[in-house]
Design a protein. Sequence first.
Length: 127
Amino acid sequence: MSDKRRDGGRPHGRLVADAPAPLWEAGEPMTARQVDAALDRGPARTTMATILTRLHEKGTLRRIPSGRGFAHEPAQDAAGLVAGRMRRELESEPRRDLALRRFVSPLSESDEDTLRCLLLEAEDGSE
């Protein structure tokens, strides 16, 4: 199956990944129609409403009553979302040590230094 839709739109997975971006940028709740317009897409508003509902069910977004529907806002910032995905992936991996090794081995020197500092801070109990 192609990763591009027949109507020329974005693949579903791309829509799910792209949907929170306008919400982070706006800094205020947005309706499905507003998110759809911000992404400059063509598919039906109901497609975006379904995606936003699923992201709400996963805990990625909060929703607020707005008229006859809902407006949505991020439950956390982009970095928090990435960190959550990383934790879930690591928790589901039986060989955590190997996954961590493969994660850190290609890091740049700067990222390694940052990671070392963060680990030391966590060890000290400071933020």
